[in-house]
Write a protein that binds this ligand. Structure first.
Ligand SMILES: Nc1nc2c(c(=O)[nH]1)N[C@H]1C(S)=C(S)[C@@H](COP(=O)(O)OP(=O)(O)OC[C@H]3O[C@@H](n4cnc5c(=O)[nH]c(N)nc54)[C@H](O)[C@@H]3O)O[C@H]1N2
Ligand SMILES: Nc1nc2c(c(=O)[nH]1)N[C@H]1C(S)=C(S)[C@@H](COP(=O)(O)OP(=O)(O)OC[C@H]3O[C@@H](n4cnc5c(=O)[nH]c(N)nc54)[C@H](O)[C@@H]3O)O[C@H]1N2
Ligand SMILES: [Mo]
Length: 771
């Protein structure tokens, strides 16, 4: 498990977007080559080797000058410089480890461990041992605990909702038909939010081979038709030859209600399933038909809202109730205001359709979102770095971070609980980037000034680093030895350090061990094992677990030589929703799918009542605000990277337009604004403004613009124009509803204009400014 020495060699490594062979010459990593048996490899790793030693790489521990001079305390007031507007001073590891240890001890003693926010949300890197969140959580747990976060930016609304009404997220995943089942038994896939091919490049934890496009093609070749509801044509692979229904964003629930109304009002709904396998059809039907509120949710009503064609929707509804159909929702449709409603209504429409609980049909949970969704889910148990137990009970729904920092002590609701925000004095982040993932970044920048201290481990001088007090340079996946297994992905990948960490860079584990030593917690944190011993131990335990299922995994050296190992399929319990038809209950209060949930109803939330409803978002193409901000902004996942990771590397940079993140807009919207391809444009609303490079295309619905997430946020001055094009400067920071409190990034209106001045340079790829 050591780094290779001189000469040419290759070692295996792995990321969330693929398994690779790393080509090394004289100890220098040259290339990351996708495995030649990957049917659909991608370029996401191109340029990473060079990026590892780019000027923007962190190579020394750094401390913000204002923090060093004044000590811990809120920033940007009382003569203290602001976070995001300061220079940094290099320190050596011994000094900085002592500084961090002292500050953690101070906060623990003066304010208690609940004053430490260690949620540290984000994707970090693949690897069972080096997984950054596991590292920081174990460290903070041995130090007495921390305020944590629950749910994810990916799937908060659907996860909370499914727990209440459908037996939980995993139950829905296990009930989702695979593309191969759909090929055998299915006829139609109706995908809300699409099945974006770019999104299937990724799987959390790792991905052995990109098999989803192949499986999708098999389904298409078997005659399955795809209908994709999305503002963007690229949300379906071309080979699917999908029917494209370019609806207004945020109107999915209304569309599904319209489809349901057409089926029910013509008496073609699956009344047997609705009354024996579902709870509360009698409460929902009067709402659908209009008896409850005087508004029948007809196809015409749905088309007024969504901008779709009534005849097209009627034909789709006719097929949904007569053919074996999957009603799928990607994650995007729930990352929006009232985001609980589209998945709830999709379940309901699937229950109405007659296909629910039948092979090749039903609800397609998050089908367009990640590689595993719609694929055979591996049930092989894999050992993980043990995080220990967090003695602190306080938590927040992950996307409520700015609220927490701005409103300590304030009460709020989450999933039927009444909680209060703790008073956070110290934020510790390892392997995630809130200045990528959070909404309304200008608000986050204000909130971020509140704590006494912000500590960050990062690879690069990115937007998170530039808002930290103490910056600790961390090794990348390519500089560590480990093994990776994606969640439910049927492959195990070896990771052997392919490059030496530059400068004084350390692994997250080594950084935390150094701090733990200063706090007298070294043995508790490391368990007395070295990094190599931990990796060996976790691999051995994985072998043992597989052995209990009569699966023999290779020894470590064999795994390294093979690079990647396919895991056999373990016997799986059948689809829980199919079980409903045979009288087997699921994990809801009624044991059935809850179209009406007495629990949710009892919370009394108007923004998420007891059954699925259409609610008008504050920001959508039907709202009065369109007078000033007439364009809907969708800000989904980027084509050329995972989130913000390696934005400075060649592959991501090659996709920039005029040096900025590309924004896709329709020719009509461009013409009316005098914009040509490649122009620098300004997007703005009351929350902020960004520059981007125009890409004009008829493959987007008029009135909608798309700016992917992930351009490293680069404000010209604090709170000012972002020169680079990060959509979260523009998005709204409000919970999906009182129930799930998830992020609602996709409900966002903007205006766009030609930028006429001299555009400010993008500087964020350079080194951290030093004193
Ligand atoms: N507007 C809008 N916002 C969104 C979304 C959207 O659709 N629209 N999508 C949301 C979704 S689904 C998600 S999941 C989030 C993603 O948000 P994040 O997961 O926070 O985004 P990443 O860019 O993956 O952040 C990972 C960071 O960790 C660093 N890193 C990687 N590996 C390691 C490691 O081993 N150690 C250390 N110390 N650091 C490491 C990387 O350099 C990077 O800065 O964004 C959300 N935000
Ligand atoms: N290449 C790449 N792949 C990724 C990621 C990445 O960063 N890069 N991130 C991964 C992660 S963490 C996650 S959680 C998943 C996310 O998976 P998703 O959330 O499904 O992905 P998005 O790209 O946000 O959205 C998919 C599409 O939904 C459409 N859309 C937006 N709003 C609406 C709406 O209101 N209604 C409808 N019908 N459609 C809408 C947009 O056109 C968008 O392209 O992707 C994963 N895959
Ligand atoms: Mo995500």
């Amino acid at each position: 498990m050591t780094s290779p020495a001189r000469g040419r060699s290759t070692v295996p490594t792995a990321t969330h977007w693929g398994s690779y062979l790393a080509e090394i010459e004289d100890g220098v990593l040259q290339r990351l080559v996708p495995r030649d048996d990957d049917p659909v490899p991608n370029g996401l790793s191109d340029g990473i080797p060079k990026a590892l030693t780019a000027p923007g790489r962190l190579t020394r521990p750094m401390v913000r000058r204002g923090w060093l001079e004044h000590g811990p305390g809120p920033a940007g007031t009382g003569g203290r410089s602001a976070r995001g507007d300061d220079v940094y001073v290099p320190l050596d590891w011994d000094e900085v480890s002592a500084l961090v240890a002292d500050e953690l001890n101070r906060v623990r003693t003066e304010h208690g461990n609940r004053a430490i926010y260690g949620g540290s949300y984000g994707w970090g890197s693949a690897g069972r041992f080096h997984h950054p969140q596991s590292q920081i959580h174990r460290f903070l747990n041995v130090a007495g605990g921390y305020t944590s976060s629950v749910d994810t930016y990916s799937s908060a609304a659907i996860s909370v909702l499914l727990r209440r009404v459908a037996g939980g997220f995993q139950t829905a995943m296990d009930s989702t038909p695979t593309f191969d089942e759909i090929a055998r038994h299915g006829s139609l896939v109706v995908a809300f939010g699409g099945l974006a091919p770019r999104n299937h490049r990724v799987n959390d934890g790792g991905i052995g081979a990109h098999l989803s496009p192949v499986a999708q093609r098999r389904a298409r070749d078997a005659g399955v038709d795809f209908a994709v509801i999305s503002p963007l044509r690229a949300d379906a692979a071309e080979f699917l030859d999908a029917q494209w229904l370019a609806a207004r964003p945020g109107t999915d629930t209304a569309i599904m209600l319209g489809l349901a109304h057409h089926i029910v009002s013509t008496g073609r709904h699956d009344l047997d399933f609705l009354t024996t396998c579902c709870e509360g059809w009698d409460r929902f039907e009067p709402y659908l038909l209009g008896a409850a509120d005087g508004v029948p949710k007809t196809i015409e009503w749905a088309c007024d809202i969504s901008g779709l064609d009534p005849d097209e929707l009627r034909r789709l509804a006719d097929r949904i109730c007569t053919e074996r159909t999957v009603i799928a929702t990607s994650y995007s449709v729930q990352r929006a205001e009232f985001g609980e409603q589209p998945p709830w209504m999709a379940l309901t429409l699937a229950a109405i359709s007659g296909s629910m609980g039948r092979p090749g049909g039903g609800f397609g949970c998050a089908m367009g979102a990640l590689h595993r969704n719609g694929m055979r889910l591996s049930k092989m148990p894999v050992a993980a770095f043990p995080q220990g137990v967090n003695p602190v009970r306080d938590y927040i729904p992950v996307a409520r971070i700015a609220d927490m920092l701005l409103h300590p002590g304030e009460e709020f609701d989450y999933d039927g609980h009444r909680l209060a925000y703790p008073d956070i004095r110290l934020v510790y982040w390892v392997g995630g980037n809130p200045f990528h993932h959070h909404q309304d970044l200008n608000r986050l920048v204000r909130a971020w000034q509140r704590p006494d201290t912000v500590i960050v481990h990062e690879h690069f001088a990115n937007s998170l680093t530039r808002h930290a007090d103490i910056v600790l340079p961390a090794a990348t996946f390519a500089e560590r030895t480990d093994f990776a297994v994606g969640r439910e992905d049927p492959f195990l990948s070896a990771m052997v350090a392919a490059a030496a960490p530059p400068g004084e860079v350390r692994t997250d584990h080594a950084i935390l061990a150094g701090i733990a030593a200063k706090m007298g917690l070294l043995d508790e944190f490391t368990g007395g094992l070295s990094e190599d011993e931990w990796v060996a131990d976790l691999y051995r335990r994985t072998q043992d677990r597989a052995g209990r299922h009569d699966v023999e995994l290779p020894d470590w050296d064999t795994l390294v030589a093979a690079g990647r190992w396919e895991l056999p399929d373990l016997p799986r319990p059948g689809s829980p929703y199919r079980g409903l038809r045979e009288g087997r209950p699921i994990g809801t209060p009624s044991g059935r799918l809850e179209i009406f949930s007495a629990a949710i109803d009892s919370f009394g939330h108007d923004d998420c009542p007891g059954h699925p409803v259409w609610r008008e978002p504050v920001e959508w193409l039907g709202s009065p605000l369109t007078e000033r901000f007439p364009l809907a902004l969708v800000s989904g996942q980027p084509d050329r990277r995972l989130h913000s990771q390696f934005d400075l590397a060649a592959h991501s940079r090659a996709g920039k337009v005029a040096g900025r993140e590309p924004v896709l807009l329709h020719p009509d919207d461009a013409a009316s604004r005098g914009i040509s391809d490649g122009d620098v444009v300004r997007l703005f609303n009351d929350r902020g403004q960004v520059l981007a490079g125009a890409v004009i295309s008829a493959d987007i619905r008029p009135g909608v613009v798309r700016l992917s997430t992930g351009a490293w946020y680069d404000p010209v001055e604090p709170g000012g124009l972002d020169a680079h094009g990060n959509p979260n400067v523009l998005t709204r920071d409000v919970g999906t509803s009182t129930l799930a409190q998830g992020p609602s990034a996709h409900s966002c209106l903007v205006q766009l204009e030609l930028f006429t001045g001299a555009p400010p340079p993008v500087r964020v790829f350079g080194p951290l400014p030093t004193a």
